[in-house]
Design a protein around this ligand. Structure first.
Ligand code: FES
Length: 232
């Protein structure tokens, strides 16, 4: 009654595993060994890139920080360089047009030969370069002087500021003297006071010797209202 056909071989049973040949096993073994090495190379590359990035960032940061520092340093030191430029190697002049030596003598824009011997006083404006910490103002009028050339050839100079209370002393041709209109102080042409109003004579200024036809004067201002000559 029952068909006794034998079962097909293998049907309904576990498949048999294919045997791996030795070559395949060897390749897998090589791959397993290669994996850690490639990770290591990748890690080294990443470290190198990080290092280079840090170097680059540090360099850029240093440059960016250095530029304002150098600019600030130049700005801070500029007055020193400017002062050094103002007096040349011989200490006899500046680059602005005002000639001034290291002792403070300023060259006047008139010559000795231009002054009349024993003649009327000549009014001359003194100019200098005014310098503060960061700025330079060239050729600024800083005062006036009365100049006279004596019969001996000597040139004398007086500050025109009245020693009484600071008004300007004028030359009075009709009286051949100096005169201050504020409180009527009067002075002789040699600067001596000629009435009791001023506390002292006119303030005479130093003239540099041995300058040929040039006239160099050491300009100063002095305190008013006192008998002593005190520079301010
Ligand atoms: S200020 Fe010159 S007389 Fe007084």
């Amino acid at each position: 009654m029952f068909d006794e056909t034998p079962l097909i071989d293998g049907a309904g049973s576990e498949p048999e595993e294919e045997p791996r040949d030795e070559e395949t096993l060897e390749e897998n073994s090589d791959e397993a060994e290669m994996m850690p090495e490639s990770d290591e190379v990748a890690h080294e590359d990443r470290s190198r890139r990080d290092f280079m990035t840090q170097i680059l960032a540090g360099s850029i940061g240093a440059i960016v920080g250095l530029v304002p520092f150098v600019a600030g340093l130049v700005f801070f030191l500029d007055p020193l360089f400017r002062e050094k430029r103002a007096v040349d190697e011989e200490g006899t002049g500046s680059q602005s047009g005002v000639a001034k030596d290291s002792q403070g003598y300023i060259k006047l824009p008139v010559t000795r030969s231009a002054l009349p011997i024993g003649g009327s006083p000549q009014l001359v404006t003194i100019k200098d370069d005014l310098v503060d910490a960061w700025n330079k103002f060239p050729n600024v009028p800083i005062g006036t002087v009365w100049l006279r050339r004596l019969a001996s050839g000597e040139v004398i100079a007086f500050n025109t500021i009245c020693p009484h209370l600071g008004c300007s002393v004028e030359y009075r041709g009709s009286q051949q003297d100096f005169y201050c209109p504020c409180h009527l102080s009067a002075f002789k042409l040699d600067g001596q006071k000629n009435n009791p109003i001023p506390p002292r004579d006119m303030d005479r200024l130093e003239i540099k010797a041995d300058t040929g036809d040039e006239i160099w004067v050491q300009f100063r201002n002095f305190r008013g209202g006192i008998s002593e000559k005190v520079a301010t």
